[in-house]
Design a protein around this ligand. Sequence first.
Ligand code: NZQ
Ligand code: ZN
Length: 389
Amino acid sequence: MLGNFSYCNPTKLYFGADSLHYLNDELPKYGKNVVLVYGGGSIKKNGIYDKVVEILKANDKNVAEIAGVMPNPTIDKLYEGIEIARAHRADFLLAVGGGSVCDYTKALSVSVHCDEDPWDKYYIRFEEPTCETLPVGCVLTMVGTGSEMNAGAVITNPKAKLKIGHVFADEKVMPRFSILDPAYTLTLPHYQMVAGIYDIFNHICEQYFSGEDDNTSDYLAEGLMRSLLHSSRIANKDMQNYEARSNIMWTATWALNTLIACGKSTDWEVHMLGQAVGAYTDATHGMTLSAVSLAYYRHILPYGLKKFVRFAVNVWGVDPAGKTDEQVAQEGLAAMESWMKELGLAMNITELGADAGMIEGLADATLIMQGGYKVLDRSEIVEIFQESL
Ligand code: NZQ
Ligand code: ZN
């Protein structure tokens, strides 16, 4: 552990079966005017909407709704929501959904009282809020992003072909509370479940593949990855397995709630490549990551060889006896590839709707990060996209 850090995560979590009733403990802490934010209708089909509305009514809240927040929420949808929240004089924002709904609600929180354009301020200039922010609560229905316990908010600007995440430094942007009932995730389609599982796995990788120091965070990361591999294999065969699904939900939260980044640099280049693919194709987030990961990790392997060997042995159980470091590291990535195929993840960007003609644009849309084993140059980014076709 070489880096200095401060650590504070103010989000209160309520985890487990029937935890929605804790909404009754939280709602009285906030004002009367609530904006309920949700997605394209899954919560109406599975009954979560009715339960939430009943609790809001029982707590005598005056409720407005922002419905139809899409996966990969757009800046135009944010502008629409700002008008609704302003007209309602919102005191509190309640997100009920997955990462898209949670992210959107956080972006709304910092935009309702902002007199500048939120895209320019937060996603181009990466500024912190200078206005009053609205408190956010979250009822999570989809597992993967960690948005329930972090200050990230990813917004897409389809006209500019940019998908950009801002991880706010201001702790007030984190949800004040999040309610995590694993049973709520049981209605997810298989495609979304496995996309979420890969998103979790990659969040851990993004924080693991960096640095040469001996770091507690890396041991935590390995434990989380092993738990995830174990539970993902069970859930992949038996989607209704509550034990596996609850472990996956808890792992997702810890994979990206700022803990395992403590004291180390982090990479995040796979997410930058994936976000560019998302901006061009509107594909599911976790699948954009799986589609570019192997080309990226094989590319940077020589620069972080020791860590790739450790990953192979400690996460994938590769026996290093009689093998070169290069062989062990490659075996680790081969094991990861076969797990990804077993889950049915997207293995290339073509199946997500990208093609060779997009590669220059994709490279333009990819931010270059500084914290991993290799700071890529543009030609390397082009090469990785070509290998991912
Ligand atoms: O919109 P509805 O009808 O609710 O359907 C959703 C959506 O189509 C559906 N769904 C959610 N819960 C369900 C359900 N269907 C059946 N039963 C349920 N219980 O699942 C679909 C995907 O939902 P979405 O919220 O888009 O998925 P996810 O949680 O993966 O969120 C993706 C967004 O989060 C961003 C991504 O870039 C993307 O925009 N991320 C946020 C991060 C953060 N805050 O730190 C980090 C991540 O790396 C990621 O970038
Ligand atoms: Zn992610």
